[in-house]
Design a protein around this ligand. Structure first.
Ligand code: UDP
Length: 237
């Protein structure tokens, strides 16, 4: 019998996604990326002088990312503030974005990326990376490419695109495996994680699935950036 997802999606189908650019007026660049019930807001500030001063690099500017899940983003209120998970996700977000950002003309400076997850239903690091890449583009930061991110899951033995929390908690058979992947618009992987167990052959299949899904994510990001520019030229923002 074919594998049935709890929300009836096809195994290669993303959740309904939406994106919007220019959602935080005070920021130099900002964007929202929503995938199903997961909503990420990214705000970019800079380039500006790096503080603390001892972290300045005279050869290049630097990217600094901070991921935060707000207390009421899930049903059980979570403790606010930094924790190990948020620190890890902040770091992998930087790894995912750094290869496309070119800050060599900004010595001693920093570009700050603040990601807030205002509603969480799994895939928050991917939604955060998608929003952050758009916010960096909106801020006019020199970028070689866009970055798009999606999570591939293995539920028992079946690979599926864009897990929900309900799917992440799947316990039948071999249980769940979660593989968030971030890919540039020219097809290079900048970030990949693996939480669970998978054989090499299926890992390759999951990368192929991620590449296809990230093309859809990229289209959503690109359309949102275009819409922002069109609205601006019509004096709408
Ligand atoms: N989650 C939660 N409380 C927490 C951390 C996570 O309820 O303190 C939920 C939330 O829905 C999150 C999901 O667990 O999206 C999966 O978290 P994970 O660490 O796997 O990262 P994500 O899939 O969000 O990138």
């Amino acid at each position: 019998m074919a594998f049935k997802r709890p929300d009836g999606r096809k195994i290669t189908e993303m959740r309904p996604a939406e994106a919007k650019v220019g959602v935080v007026p005070n920021a130099d660049g900002s964007a929202m990326f929503k995938s199903g019930k997961t909503i990420a807001i990214a705000a970019v500030y800079g380039p500006k002088k790096m503080h603390p001063q001892h972290q300045q690099n005279p050869r290049t500017g630097q990217l600094r990312c901070e991921y935060n899940m707000i207390s009421f983003s899930v049903d059980d209120r979570i403790r606010p503030g930094r924790n190990r998970r948020a620190m890890e996700i902040s770091e992998v977000t930087k790894w995912a974005l750094e290869p496309v950002v070119d800050l060599k003309d900004y010595p001693n400076q920093v570009v700050d990326v603040h990601i807030n997850i205002i509603q969480a239903d799994a895939g928050t690091r991917c939604a955060g990376i998608n929003a952050a890449a758009m916010a960096l583009a909106h801020a006019g930061i020199p970028m070689k490419n866009m970055v798009s991110s999606i999570s591939i899951g293995k539920l028992d033995k079946t690979l599926v695109v864009d897990l929900t929390k309900e799917e992440e908690d799947f316990e039948e058979g071999e249980g769940p495996t979660d593989i968030p992947v971030s890919i540039t618009s020219d097809g290079k992987i900048t970030h990949m994680q693996l939480d669970g167990m998978i054989e090499v052959k299926q890992l390759q299949e999951s990368i192929d699935m991620a590449k296809e899904a990230c093309k859809e994510v990229y289209k959503i990001q690109k359309d949102a950036l275009k819409k922002f520019i069109e609205d601006k030229s019509e004096g709408l923002n």
